[in-house]
Design a binder for this molecule. Structure first.
Ligand code: PEP
Ligand code: MN
Length: 335
């Protein structure tokens, strides 16, 4: 976006007006034309402020825009509605449940414990992306039905991952929010297939993806027909193996405050250890996250995947109270 100033306008005052409207000025390039007009170059990032509004700022003579590589993402806005749940309105939305859905009884018992705490989304994988082919791969289609019936019985919504194009129809039939996993953030055929299913999507950040790549992937999903994308920061690869990943809260601040998009933070995969979930979740909300995804298991020591990062069901109420007590009650309230 290039903003031209009227001759004699005060550049500092114009800059102040732009910043106060939430625009991030990546670099200010001051050039003076032979006619004396001063030009400022402003990062073409935000859909939150319309060109007309910018053009009306005192001292600006004209605004021209470069074409955004993700126009549909730019139009999304910070608040989306998924199956009647508003995400991004200031009240944290909680998504909890096991890493893998292990049985019908487990899904039901976990949902019954979570629903009264104000957790709006029941999470759990029916199809699991595992590093080793010998690890538990998920119960597949039956697990989708267990998840759906547990959620329906308790008034919750379902978020679950579509791992392959073949699974998209089943996942879309059972999920309110279709999760696209970290390993698939740049699986463009899958992004298109999930988009075509017409459901809102939770797009996890690839573990080595830049923010531009993440935004570009969201554009694929929206362009293919999905009504909304919710971003999920779950940690990226760092050099330090003391934690599973490096939870990038700078990315959360940038996406929420600059791009004005809804971001959920997943401290479970971010840290890979349950003892860090409370501080990381608090930090995530402080950075602007619209909600949290936290893995919860009835018996973490026996979990078929990601046990070390799962909060035991017995302590999830205290965990959520501790997180949300600092940041305001979540949707539905933690009792
Ligand atoms: C998950 O949510 O269990 C999962 C596999 O997440 P990610 O894609 O972030 O690794
Ligand atoms: Mn997991």
């Amino acid at each position: 976006m290039i903003v031209s100033l009227k001759a004699g306008a005060d550049p500092a005052a114009v800059l102040g007006e732009l910043v106060s409207r939430g625009l991030w000025v990546s670099h200010v390039e001051r050039s003076v034309t032979p006619g004396g007009a001063v030009h400022y170059v402003i990062a073409p990032h935000s859909a939150a402020v319309g060109i007309d509004e910018i053009a009306e700022i005192e001292g600006i003579s004209s605004v021209s825009t470069a074409r955004s590589p993700h126009p549909l993402v730019d139009r999304l806005g910070p608040v989306v509605e998924v199956a009647g749940v508003v995400i991004g309105d200031g009240e944290p939305v909680l998504m909890c449940g096991p890493c893998s859905v292990e049985s019908e009884a487990q899904a039901r018992a976990i949902a019954e414990r979570l629903a009264p705490l104000g957790v709006r989304f029941l999470r759990g994988g029916a199809y699991k992306p595992r590093t080793s082919t010998y690890s538990f791969q998920g119960h597949g289609e039956p697990a989708l039905a267990w998840l759906r019936s547990a959620a329906d019985a308790t008034g919750m919504k379902v978020v679950t991952e579509a791992l392959s194009e073949a699974s998209v129809p089943f996942v879309a039939e059972h999920a309110d929010l279709v999760q696209l996993g970290s390993r698939n953030m740049q699986n463009y055929a899958l992004l298109k297939a999930v988009g075509r299913a017409g459901k809102p999507v939770l797009l996890k950040r690839g573990m080595a993806a830049t923010l531009d790549e993440w935004l570009a992937s969201a554009e694929y999903v929206l362009a293919a027909g999905s009504p909304a994308v919710v971003f999920c920061e779950r940690g990226i690869r760092g050099f330090d193996d003391s934690m599973r990943n490096l939870l990038d809260l700078g990315a959360v601040a940038l996406l929420t405050h600059v791009h004005r998009l809804p971001v959920i933070v997943d401290p479970s995969h971010g840290a890979g250890r349950r003892d860090l979930i409370i501080p990381l979740a608090r930090a995530a909300l402080a950075a602007g996250a619209a909600g949290l995804m936290i893995e919860t298991h009835d018996d973490p020591a026996r979990a078929l995947s990601d046990g070390p990062q799962a909060v035991p069901l017995a302590s999830i109420a205290a965990t959520l109270r501790s997180i949300c007590g600092a940041a305001g009650a979540p949707k539905g309230g933690v009792s």
